[in-house]
Design a protein around this ligand. Structure first.
Ligand SMILES: NC(=O)C1=CN([C@@H]2O[C@H](COP(=O)(O)OP(=O)(O)OC[C@H]3O[C@@H](n4cnc5c(N)ncnc54)[C@H](O)[C@@H]3O)[C@@H](O)[C@H]2O)C=CC1
Ligand SMILES: O=C([O-])CC(=O)C(=O)O
Length: 333
């Protein structure tokens, strides 16, 4: 497997690259960023793991060299939030960054799995889909918005109630999108089942929805979640690669284009959203099947889904519009 990290010198990119350098699924790691890739690459190259490593800057066809032959491209490129900002406030800058990198995917590695971390995920994934569609290269089974950090947070925060030694053994589907109230944890669907006292449920739900804000506030202007995101991005990338190599039974929530995936059409009709994070069964060619668990949600969770859909529709439309009707140059800045 050749894995690419685009945005490899950043707060997420560096620890994510470290994890991928040590990953048994990766034979070849290629780092791309607009700054500092020579240093990050030199540093990681001293690690005695299997993956050979290369790093590129944009000069001298760097993107082409970095992306060509890639099996999986993970994208944490773009600016992070500062206190007082929403993820949508990142759109102006990150939309263009993601558009450019996805054009690179279309040009140099159209068959790769593409994992989008850059925010706002609710809009950057539709942007990616539109760019790939324009290029005639869109395979919905291979485009994923990474929402694993929401799952990781739900697992972690519920531990105070379950008391489980290993939080990751409690599987909690988190569906919808990746910002505030578009994030919908379905604690009623936890496996094994968890009993959450009624007076704790709202607090726990809000903590998952606004977990990102907790980190933004604590970092106090120095960015948002990076280390936990690198862990989450790595966990998802590793599972995509394991499924690609034939491991079965891997199901992970991820933000996908539903009409392009088996079982997704019904969910798209039910929610009115073409893009939604749902548990997806992963296979050798990417997303094999979208699992519809919306019907199993309890009354409280159904209300959360209603609010999610309201916000998510606008975020999706904004991403689609950005590519279909590009803003004029001065608006793009
Ligand atoms: N999906 C999720 O759950 C999460 C998403 N994020 C998002 O991830 C993104 C990155 O966050 P951080 O790593 O903290 O930011 P950062 O600013 O530390 O790193 C971003 C990196 O992207 C690079 N970059 C900028 N334009 C580029 C381009 N055109 N091509 C290649 N690289 C480029 C920068 O040089 C920098 O090294 C942000 O948009 C943030 O909101 C953050 C946490 C969780
Ligand atoms: O909060 C942010 O801006 C970064 C992010 O997406 C998260 O931590 O979930």
């Amino acid at each position: 497997m050749k894995a690419v990290v685009a945005g490899a010198s950043g707060g997420i990119g560096q620890p994510l690259s470290l994890l991928l350098k040590a990953c048994k699924e990766v034979d070849h790691l290629s780092l791309y960023d607009v700054v500092n890739t020579p240093g990050v690459t030199a540093d990681l190259s001293h690690i005695s793991s299997v993956a050979k490593i290369e790093g590129y800057l944009p000069a001298d066809d760097g993107m082409k060299k970095a992306f060509t032959g890639a099996d999986i491209v993970v994208i944490p490129a773009g600016i992070p939030r500062k206190p007082g900002m929403t993820r949508d406030d990142l759109f102006k800058i990150n939309a263009g960054i993601v558009q450019g990198l996805i054009q690179g995917v279309a040009d140099y590695c159209p068959n790769a799995y593409v994992l989008v971390i850059s925010n706002p995920v609710n809009s950057t994934v539709p942007i990616a889909a539109e760019v790939l569609t324009k290029a005639g290269k869109f395979n919905p089974k291979k485009l994923f918005g990474v929402t694993t950090l929401d799952v990781v947070r739900a697992e972690t925060f519920v531990q105070s109630i379950t008391g489980a030694r290993d939080p990751a053994e409690t599987v909690i589907p988190v569906i919808g999108g990746h910002s505030g109230e578009t994030i919908v944890p379905l604690f009623s669907q936890a496996k094994p089942a968890v009993k959450i006292p009624e007076d704790k449920l709202e607090e726990l739900t809000k903590r998952v929805q606004f977990g990102g804000d907790e980190v933004v506030k604590a970092k106090d202007g120095a960015g948002s979640a990076t280390l936990s995101m690198a862990y989450a991005g790595y966990r998802f990338a590793e599972r995509v690669m394991q499924a690609a190599k034939g491991k079965t039974g891997i199901v992970e929530p991820t933000f996908v284009y539903l009409p392009g995936i088996e079982g997704g059409d019904a969910i798209a009709k039910e929610t009115g959203c073409d893009y939604f994070s749902v548990p997806v069964e992963l296979g050798t060619d990417g997303a094999k099947k979208a699992v519809n668990i919306l019907g199993s949600a309890n009354a409280y969770e159904k209300k959360l889904i209603e609010k999610c859909v309201e916000d998510l529709k606008g975020n999706i439309a904004k991403g689609v519009e950005f590519v279909k009707n590009p803003p004029k140059k001065e608006e793009k800045k």
